[in-house]
Design a protein around this ligand. Structure first.
Ligand code: ME8
Ligand code: MG
Length: 518
């Protein structure tokens, strides 16, 4: 059996986790949970990128050993994953022995086959991006701000023959239009490749940087951090052992747009080709969370702490907001106001109210039991048809990683259940003495139950805890695989329902006036 193998980027260990990191984990987790629901065996990896100049510098500034800084960061990032309910199967740290061993094995192999050679290096380096730069990376004669301090270096180093595989890579990208998603990013990589590529300097003299993995063939050098970091995708799944084939090639590498060129779009496929491994099936490239138009980043200091938002509004609401607001291929501006609006309207009014009203009515009129659907009038048929035309679209959107669209369609359906309740008005039907009205009343309760059940199924990957809670209130065990369960029916007939409850307590916008005291 081959797993569906999904990874995130491994985060730099030089600063606390922020919204961008949280988003990427949630995105990969939503894909994972969605695939699992559809019966796929998924293996989900995430982790921490611990070597390199940036981490060494941060540790020096703090006056601690690099490893103790990394240990502290590993705790913070893993804590965040726990709070976000990330269902990863493994967490790899690049300082682990299992990782270092594989990096050395691969370096030795490439060295032995002549793909790594020693030469003089003269050029520019950005520690902030852990990247070599060329004159052509300047904009109007200056280094773009995003590179931080750029220094010129001149030293003997080891190089990896990227240029040898340049033609192969161009063809691979041109032939496999599924490889980079969205496709306009593949065009950007091809554009970058037009000018050819230089061989990649993959070593650092220990005299300048000691915090890295030693080259197996020259103990005076450590490995360039990107060369080390990318290999996490192989070391975590036992490269060189029998179990490796059950995972590789990766099905999806989830990454941000800043690390496509050159790391994942150029270095990585070429490294794999040189090692003799298959190329991953997909690079899923997401946009950035911005704060008033700027990228949220540690170095800018404009970061949003995900844990604070979770504390305030709950993890499900937070995951919902991230998936509802980000259109994956674009950037998205973060605003607390927008979060609160979505929270109060979509979650509070549309979903929360529906569940609570419906449970209340079921208790009042049907002793908390789901009755039979015996009436099939226009109101019921319309809702059923809406579901049938919606869920295929929702699945298609999720297959295409368009979670904002899937949620848009799903919440249109949830609002339609609310409208159905208004149309049927069970509280009026309850006053009637006619048998037909009693049937309509019972049908309406059972229909709402069915609508809530179906919506909750598709919400599960995004809001796992609330979905489970609603399923419990409906008296159904949580579902392991959804394909059969998605059919409209009277599936909950006879179930004992829970008591009404408030799922998303209303939260008021903080008005500026409140904080000011005169
Ligand atoms: O790049 N919005 O680590 P990193 C959305 N260690 N995504 C964001 C973001 C934002 N504001 N800020 C960062 C590294 N990210 C390397 C990766 S992989 C072998 C090595 C995303 O901590 C970013 O795009 O700087 C990347 O995918 C991930 O968070 C880790 O970023
Ligand atoms: Mg970064």
């Amino acid at each position: 059996m081959k797993y569906f193998y999904i990874t995130t980027a491994i985060d730099y260990a030089n600063g606390a986790p922020h919204l961008g990191h949280a988003y990427e984990k949630v995105l990969a987790d939503v894909i994972t949970r969605y695939k699992r629901l559809r019966g796929t065996h998924v293996y989900f990896l995430t982790g921490l990128d611990e070597h390199g100049q940036k981490v060494q510098q941060t540790a020096e500034k703090k006056g601690v050993e690099p490893l103790s800084l990394c240990n502290e960061m590993a705790k913070a990032f893993q804590e965040m994953c726990k709070h976000l309910e990330i269902s990863n199967d493994d967490y790899i740290r690049t300082t682990e022995e299992r990782h270092k061993k594989v990096v050395k094995e691969i370096l030795q192999k490439l060295f032995d086959q002549g793909d790594i050679y020693k030469s003089e290096y003269k050029g520019y380096y950005s520690a902030k991006e852990e990247q070599f730069l060329q004159e052509k990376d300047k904009m109007e004669g200056k280094w773009p701000e995003s590179y931080g301090d750029v220094v010129e270096i001149s030293e003997s180093n080891y190089f990896f023959r990227l240029s040898k595989y340049h033609e192969w890579l161009v063809q691979h990208i041109e032939k496999n239009n599924e490889f980079i998603f969205p496709t306009f990013r593949a065009k950007e990589v091809l554009e970058f490749l037009k000018e050819g590529v230089n061989d990649l300097c993959i070593s650092r003299p220990k005299a300048r940087l000691s915090w890295g993995i030693e080259l197996p063939f020259d103990h005076d050098y450590v490995t360039y951090v990107w060369f080390d970091a990318l290999i996490n995708y192989l070391s975590a799944i036992g490269y060189g052992t029998e179990k490796f084939d059950a995972y590789w090639p990766a099905d999806v590498h989830v990454i941000g747009k800043d690390i496509l060129i050159p790391a994942h779009g150029v270095y990585w496929p070429i490294m794999l080709k040189a090692i003799g491994l298959q190329i991953p099936k997909k690079l899923l490239v997401h946009g950035w969370w911005l704060q008033s138009g700027n990228k949220m980043s540690k170095s800018k200091g404009n970061v949003v702490n995900p844990l604070e938002l979770i504390d305030q509004l709950g993890v499900d609401a937070f995951r919902f907001f991230l998936m509802r607001e980000m259109h994956i291929v674009q950037d998205s501006d973060f605003s607390k106001e927008l979060f609160l609006i979505r929270y109060n309207s979509d979650l509070g009014n549309d979903l929360g109210n529906l569940v609570s009203r419906f449970l209340n009515m079921a208790q009042r009129y049907c002793e908390g039991k789901v009755p039979e659907i015996s009436v099939h009038e226009k109101a019921e048929m319309e809702l059923k048809y809406l579901w049938e035309s919606s869920y295929e679209e929702i699945l298609k959107s999720m297959d295409m990683y368009q979670f904002h669209k899937a949620l848009d369609i799903l919440f249109t359906f949830i609002r339609a259940i609310n409208r159905y309740a208004e149309t049927r008005a069970p509280w009026k039907l309850a006053k009637s003495t006619e048998q037909k009205d009693r049937e309509r009343l019972e049908t309406s309760i059972a229909t709402m139950a069915e609508g809530v059940r179906l919506s909750t199924l598709l919400l599960e990957p995004i809001m796992p805890t609330i979905s489970k809670k609603i399923q419990e209130l409906l008296g159904t065990p949580s579902i392991q695989a959804i394909d059969d369960a998605l059919k409209w029916g009277n599936s909950l007939k006879g179930n004992q329902l829970g008591e009404k409850c408030i799922l998303f307590p209303r939260v008021e916008q903080e008005s500026e006036g409140e904080e000011k005291k005169d």
